[in-house]
Ligand binder design. Structure first.
Ligand code: SAM
Length: 369
């Protein structure tokens, strides 16, 4: 069997569509008809030694992997995945959450392979879709593959946080990369009543826009998307200023340090919006010595495994971790108990009600663009 075996591809594709959708799902036909393999001629898979290996069209099992319900890595940079085609059932959830109607104008942030754009074109017609990715290599390949498959949406290269003003306004905006908050440009380019579906932290938020105000909630299921990348000209990693901590007054924490970011995963991804982290381990024993956290506003914290904590910058990041732990313990709260309110001045995530425990999200516009 080769990737060019259209009958096998069609059979596997239809089986996948029937597996991931319920009967009557408005996206079943698109998943059954759009040829995912044409958008993913090669993907990368880690072997037992965690080394990435390419799987090319024609390799044994290639079509079976393409038409299984899994995310496939399609681009690596220094061994780190920078683009993928998402898990089809997650794509389906996002598309259904978007609640698209005929004739609506849609903006997709994160073109990637172009497969999701093709599904949207199949459902809406290509005149209604604009899609943007920060990586020119990806948009070039995606546009060519979309055209070969008979779809001609408007494909743009640039930072999706700025939206696509020349095509505004949009009735629906869907992001397939993770953001720390909702970029203001999207609100400006959204039609009244528009719906935005966007991964924020480790959750999927659905907001409805009215003017410069948007409000919504997080969906029940978890999602793990790769983060928004800055445009190449501004690329560069935030430099955590751990040096500043040498003059910080140490305090003690009762919160066990090991795996704290995993244990409190979802709520911390909101409360410490846009955070990065690292660990220090002993050369001799390999045991954890400390973890470090920093956020885009220049706040930084280091917690030793013996409970000593040092913090610096505008926010006391470890104190936020302690507050989140005091609220939820190690038991993860329900994601759909969280909501999100966006105004022209601020963005807040909240638990249960806007007046309940809440955390301000960093301004995505102040991150590198
Ligand atoms: C999970 S992949 C997208 C999958 C894609 N929708 C598909 O169907 O193949 C995430 C994509 O977001 C893109 N991305 C990251 N930062 C971005 C940004 N600032 N603006 C637009 N796209 C961005 C990445 O280049 C990557 O292709």
């Amino acid at each position: 069997m080769t990737a060019a075996d259209p009958a096998t591809a069609r059979r596997l594709r239809q089986a996948m569509a029937e597996t991931i959708t319920e009967s009557g799902d408005p996206w079943r036909l698109a998943f059954a008809e759009v040829p995912r393999h044409l958008f993913v001629p090669t993907f990368w898979k880690q072997n037992d030694k965690r080394t990435w290996e390419p799987i090319n069209a024609g390799a044994p099992g290639y079509l079976e992997e393409i038409y299984s319900d899994q995310a496939l890595t399609t681009q690596l940079d220094g061994g780190e995945p920078t683009s993928s085609t998402s898990q089809p059932s997650v794509m389906l959830t996002m598309l259904n959450t978007l609640d698209i109607h005929d004739g609506q104008r849609v903006l997709e942030i994160g073109t990637g392979t172009g497969y999701n754009a093709a599904l949207l074109c199949h459902r809406l017609g290509d005149r209604h879709l604009a899609t943007i990715d920060v990586d020119p290599e990806l948009t070039g390949l995606a546009e060519a593959r979309l055209n070969q498959s008979g779809y001609r949406p408007a494909v743009y290269t640039g930072d999706g946080a700025a939206g696509v003003p020349q095509r505004a306004s949009f009735d629906r905006i869907i992001a397939t990369c993770r953001l720390s908050s909702v970029p203001r440009a999207w609100l400006e380019q959204a039609a009244d009543g528009a719906v935005i579906v966007v991964p924020i932290g480790w959750g999927l938020a659905r907001l409805t826009v009215h003017g410069q105000h948007a409000e919504g909630s997080f969906q029940a299921g978890g999602v793990q998307f790769m983060p928004r990348r800055p445009a190449p000209a501004a690329a560069g990693t935030a430099d955590p200023m751990f040096g500043e901590l040498s003059t910080a007054t140490p305090s003690n924490t009762e919160l066990p340090v090991a795996n704290v970011l995993d244990r409190l995963g979802f709520p911390l991804s909101l409360a410490l919006g846009g955070y990065s982290s690292c660990t220090w381990t002993s050369d001799a024993t390999g045991e954890l010595e400390a973890i470090g956290i920093w956020t885009p506003d220049g706040s930084v914290a280091r917690a030793e495994s013996d409970g000593t904590v040092r913090q610096a910058g505008p926010r006391q990041l470890w104190r936020t971790a302690e507050e989140v732990h005091a609220l939820f313990g190690d038991a993860p709260p329900n994601r759909d108990d969280f909501g999100l309110t966006v105004t022209a001045d601020s963005q807040c995530v909240w638990f249960k009600t806007p007046d309940g425990p809440h955390w301000r999200l960093p301004d995505e516009n102040s991150l590198p663009t």
